[in-house]
Design a protein around this ligand. Structure first.
Ligand SMILES: *Cc1c(COP(=O)(O)O)cnc(C)c1O
Length: 369
């Protein structure tokens, strides 16, 4: 029975499983190598660090509520119109804004079974109903998504590439998905890992946004730009959608340090290139080495890999996780994403990658010691 003598959250809120961030605790005296949140081993551009230092000298002033400087920098680098861009306190905020703007009670939002957890949280918090569809081999299934559409569907969330699987859909598949959706359904393409992808048949979604009135693409500075702590995300969408989102967002949703850092980071293309080169090299090395240990790795185009463990007692993901953590190597348990016997490993520094591989080898050889 609901206790009517105390305030009760609206329907849906208590169905939200609180988001559990990647761990960062290891035993005292052990060096932490955090590979649990897809953060950049290269870190931010030095220009962004300098820009933050400068911004902190004027903390008594409100930031520019429209993030104009940052939107202009993004627009210039990506060849977009800055009027079609909105910035947010991380792309998580933009995903929530989308849910709050387009979903009411009774509406449905579709996402896939191993999709990013924030989609579920944002949908429930908006009072709407999550509709979860099956994937094929850890990959979004366009036909399954289209079959799940009902008159109540208002929004489809799709991460491309997806976290935690690391898989992606070629742009032709995204076009097919869009073509099958009613024109009043918003297609959200979450391209948080777009910069890492090296595939000729991949596109982040810019072109799809430009030529349609119901597609929006979200991006982040938390991953390849190494600015997760400052919380900076952005979206590129049709003018009518950006206008609606701007009405719902907080008036000063991006802080001054974030605006300054994001602007500087966006302009430092050499630093971005450095991060791409590092990931290209280590994504392959880490994948190969994990497979050489006999583990199944879902082919990834991002800055992380999903590693599947044997069911044999003494060799499971949970046991490997405990062993690695004891030695300072923290990966991400992904039970909440529907993978009870897998770990997600971020591509880290050479030292962190090699250390993880060495300890995994020892774990399988010597057992859970
Ligand atoms: C990390 C991540 C984000 C980024 O979130 P921020 O709020 O910008 O830090 C968005 N989508 C996916 C799929 C992610 O993995």
């Amino acid at each position: 029975m609901t206790d009517t003598t105390i305030p009760q959250p609206k329907s849906g809120v208590m169905d939200i499983a609180m988001y559990v961030p990647g761990k960062s605790k290891v035993p005292a005296g052990v060096t932490l190598h955090k590979l649990s949140s897809n953060e950049s081993p290269i870190g931010p551009s030095p220009d962004a660090v300098a820009a933050v230092a400068d911004a902190t000298s004027k903390m008594e002033d409100y930031p520019d509520g429209s993030s104009t400087e940052l939107r202009d920098a993004i627009a210039e680098v990506h060849g977009l119109n800055s009027d079609n861009i909105i910035c947010g306190n991380g792309s998580d905020e933009i995903l929530s804004l989308l849910a709050n703007t387009y979903l009411s009670g009774g509406d449905e939002a579709i996402f896939t079974e191993h999709g990013f957890l924030v989609y579920r949280i944002a949908t429930l918090a908006a009072g709407a109903t999550p509709v979860v569809v099956k994937e094929q081999d850890c990959k979004a299934d366009v036909d399954a998504i289209l079959e799940a559409v009902t008159p109540k569907t208002k929004l489809v969330f799709l991460a491309n590439p997806n976290n935690p699987t690391g898989t992606y859909l070629p742009i032709e598949e995204i076009r097919r998905l869009h073509a099958g959706l009613p024109s009043n359904v918003v297609l959200v393409i979450d391209a948080a890992y777009a910069e890492y992808v090296r595939r000729n048949d991949y596109e982040s979604g810019i072109e799809m946004v430009s030529s349609n009135s119901n597609v929006i693409m979200t991006r982040t500075f938390s991953k390849i730009y190494g600015l997760a702590a400052l919380r900076i995300g952005w979206a590129y969408g049709p003018r009518h959608m950006i206008d609606a989102l701007n009405r719902v967002r907080g008036p000063f949703n991006v802080n001054a340090a974030a605006i300054a850092a994001g602007t500087a980071a966006m302009k430092d293309k050499a630093h971005l290139e450095k991060s791409i080169v590092h990931n290209d090299e280590w994504l392959v090395k880490v994948t190969d080495a994990l497979e050489a240990l006999g583990l199944k790795v879902t082919p990834s185009v991002g800055n992380f890999v999903l590693v599947h463990f044997p069911e044999t007692k003494g060799k499971t993901a949970a046991e490997a996780d405990a062993y690695l953590t004891k030695h300072g190597f923290v990966l991400r348990a992904v039970t909440g994403y529907g993978f009870p016997n897998a770990l997600r490993m971020t591509i880290g520094s050479a030292e962190a990658n090699l250390g993880t591989l060495e300890h995994l080898k020892a774990f399988f050889e010597t057992g859970n010691a």
